[in-house]
Design a protein around this ligand. Sequence first.
Ligand SMILES: *Cc1c(COP(=O)(O)O)cnc(C)c1O
Length: 384
Amino acid sequence: MPTYSRFPVTFVRGEGAWLWDRQGKRYLDALSGIAVCNLGHAHPALYEVLCQQAGQLWHTSNLYRIPPQERLAGELCRLSGMDNAFFCNSGAEANEAAIKIARAVGAGRGIADPKIVVMEGSFHGRTLATLSATGNAKVQRGFEPLVGGFLQIPYDDIDALASLSGRSDIVAILVEPIQGEGGVRTPAPGYLSRLRSLCDDNDWLLMLDEVQTGIGRTGRWFAFQHQSITPDVTTLAKALGNGFPIGACLARGKAARALTAGMHGSTFGGNFLGCRVALEVLRIIEEQKLLSRAEWLGRRLLDTFRQRLEPLEQVKAIRGHGLMLGIELQAPCGGLVPKALAQGLLINVTANNVVRLLPPLILDENQADQLAETVVGLISGTTS
Ligand SMILES: *Cc1c(COP(=O)(O)O)cnc(C)c1O
């Protein structure tokens, strides 16, 4: 189906942060398959683990115990401070699990029409419930009637949430620590901690969509760890399997007890292949100390961009954390993407006027310099 408008390029091979097309031209990948291939392409250790598991056992279903799934749940809980995990195959499904947890908590309180607070400019997926939770009319248009039960407020606006205090039909808030599709929008410092206290005061679940920010992207395992808070629910997918489809919904406290046997499920979720790959992803990030690397490289890139791009009048803002970077221009700039491609660089433009960079965490310094030079050149060449 013509659900995608694709660029006229076909990649046939990858290695680390490099991709090669059919003609043998080499590209630097500063997008990582949209925050997925955090360890780059064709990582030898991931290849090894995937092939080893493929020769042993792929799938038995969740009717039986799956040891690597149990180990992965343990690792994710250790790294996040959460209590348990439900595994699925995508970010939208991980958010569906979160939404079901909120509804189940509401039902347990006898609330007939429980509400989840969501944010303008958010993105939570393309299933009916997650597109209904998404704060972008373009994602929703044509698919009405939407799933009900979502209350939308402005992002990065504590007062808007505070004004809902005392409403007992609200059970949860669902929010991205940094809005990815919404334009790499970074909220004011302290935003998440203030959301946390409002949720505590009102007995609302704090549900963080870390599908894009999670697994090291911002320089911590989870973006919420920059503010030393713990959510009640957090969702993961994208980078968890480095390209092998796997998602997870992690929960804590009463949220972790909301779904009991028979209330939710997935045929493929948490299978041997996905869980072995994800365990290896976590091991490599830890062993190679890629969190501090992402933080350090990200700061270096941000400094370069601030120095060289901030003075330009066509540049409106430069922001980000770790290797999740956005350069907001005054005017729509989608045309930069094919220009970058022609110069052998993969970037993305989101929210019409934000150049989004999501390079792999294994990017080396020469590659970072090449990325910075090309992006600075491209943006300097635009006019406002
Ligand atoms: C990509 C994304 C999703 C959806 O993930 P899929 O795997 O495409 O379903 C949800 N939330 C956020 C924040 C995302 O970036």
